[in-house]
Design a protein around this ligand. Structure first.
Ligand code: ATP
Length: 448
């Protein structure tokens, strides 16, 4: 993972947030190649979640919402993780995760009393990662919602507004609007990509646990009790999406939740085998019954029942949810693509074998020599032409071998070289990133 983090920084994928001020824990910025990769992942997700599904539509809801939304969702009262502090060096730990590390099952859904009991029984085995002491404060639940003063001009103690703790609430708020303004009928889904903010107690593991991140969510509205078949289909569909975009199946596994919240029927996570950290969640797939719409109906006073157009029957739809973190996805795609290969003469090369749809740059175009204007001119023309449809890069700096290595490291599927033969017969060499094989192709065929 250290090598991957270093590559991400060196090659302009991901930077520490506010780095020139010393950096802020749990915040990351996506650099020039990172933002291309992220946008391509979003595009691939959107294509499969909205464009290729007849009964799904997209949404982009406002981040800020009426504070009542977060009361209705249960976040104000219950969106908490158990926190304890080292009495010696004051590092804060997330109690359930520390218990997990020593093989004791605990999660944030347990009551404070249960967690205190478990922590008390096992605290002799939990060492502070900062100073090695085993002396912690009693665990207490810490609310993760981030607050803001949007719309508060009085400096008085008004109810705060909250930044979204999860992106999906906007979907529930607009379920009625979508029904009233489109031809969607149950079963149908709404998809959204949105930011989420959580005051994570111990942000860690690079993009894995941040305080600001993006989620790609779908909510599928169904008739009550007709959950089983679509739930299985959605699970299969989401698994296949990761495989389709290049994740090796041996690095994926299912994890079923053993402790369900009271309203949930079932909950599974797709886990990815992160280098150094091991398997952990990248996406949750949840069978949530009618909880979300019932809560919003109760708190808003608006009727969110669905009326079956054929039978006139009224019911609150059940919801099947998928929720994936784009940062964790990005890290999984980079990790899976990261390859260190021995090449001849004892040299090695680093290659990001990203799926071509995800690769930040699709084609890199090089003139063989920088100081031959006729080669540079021809290569520039080709770059301009290919850029009409693809993200391309022009590079005339350094020797060709170095230029290839650079593109390998950022995952460019093809490098195209304009050389002296090009000037005679209008062909170029096209090099394949993974095999390093080169073929000659006519420019007209290439553009086609
Ligand atoms: P965890 O148990 O790891 O805290 P969670 O179960 O709280 O995660 P959800 O609330 O189900 O996560 O969020 C859905 C997805 O959002 C997760 O599968 C993950 O990919 C992403 N996610 C959640 N928290 C974070 C975070 N702090 N940083 C980055 N991504 C996150």
């Amino acid at each position: 993972m250290d090598e991957i983090i270093s590559l991400c920084k060196r090659r302009g994928f991901i930077y520490q947030g506010s780095e020139i001020y010393g950096g802020v824990a749990g915040l990351y910025d996506f650099g020039p190649y990172g933002v291309e990769l992220l946008n391509n992942i979003k595009k691939a997700w959107w294509r499969s979640s909205v464009q290729l599904k007849e009964n799904y539509v997209g949404l982009d809801s406002a981040m800020f919402k009426d504070p009542k939304v977060w009361h209705a969702s249960g976040h104000v009262s219950g969106f908490s993780d158990p926190l304890a502090e080292c009495k010696k060096c004051h590092i804060r730990i997330r109690v359930d995760k520390e218990l997990g590390k020593i093989g004791v099952h605990a999660d944030e859904k347990m009551s404070e009393a249960e967690l205190i009991g478990l922590f008390d029984d096992n605290k002799s085995k939990i060492k502070c990662s900062g100073c090695g002491a085993k002396d912690f404060t009693t665990p207490k639940m810490f609310n993760l919602l981030v607050q803001s003063n949007l719309g508060n001009f009085t400096n008085k103690d008004e109810e705060p507004v909250y930044l979204p703790g999860e992106a999906c609430q906007g979907i529930y708020l607009n379920y009625r609007n979508v029904l009233d303004t489109t031809r969607m009928k149950i079963p149908f889904g709404i998809a959204q990509i949105g930011k989420a903010f959580r005051n994570e107690i111990s942000p860690r593991n690079f993009l894995f646990r941040c305080r600001e991140f993006e989620q790609a969510d779908t909510q599928y509205f169904i008739r009550p009790n007709e959950n089983e078949q679509p739930y299985n289909e959605i699970k299969e569909d989401r698994w296949n999406w990761y495989v389709q975009y290049g994740i090796d199946e041996k690095n994926l596994r299912w994890h079923q939740h053993s402790h369900l919240v009271f309203y949930a029927k079932d909950a599974w996570d797709i886990e990815y085998n992160f280098p150094s950290y091991g398997f952990d969640e990248i996406e949750g797939i949840h069978d949530r019954t009618d909880y979300d719409l019932s809560q919003h109906m109760k708190h808003s006073g608006v009727d969110l029942n669905y009326t079956d157009p054929q039978t006139g029957e009224k019911f609150i739809p059940w919801i099947l949810e998928t929720s994936a973190g784009l940062g964790r996805m990005t890290l999984a795609f980079i990790s899976d693509a990261y390859t260190l290969e021995q090449v001849k003469d004892g040299e090695s090369r680093t290659v990001l074998k990203l799926h071509p749809d995800l690769a930040p740059i699709k084609y890199a175009i090089f003139p063989l020599l920088k100081n031959k204007p006729e080669l540079v001119k021809k290569a520039r023309e080709l770059y301009t032409k290919l850029s009409e449809k693809h993200m391309c890069e022009f590079d005339d700096n350094g020797n060709i071998g170095k230029r290839y290595r650079r593109q390998d490291e950022i995952g460019t599927p093809n490098c195209i070289v304009v050389d002296f033969t090009t000037l005679e017969d209008d062909t170029v060499t096209v090099r394949d990133r993974d095999t390093t094989k080169q073929i000659r192709v006519k420019i007209s065929d290439l553009v086609k």
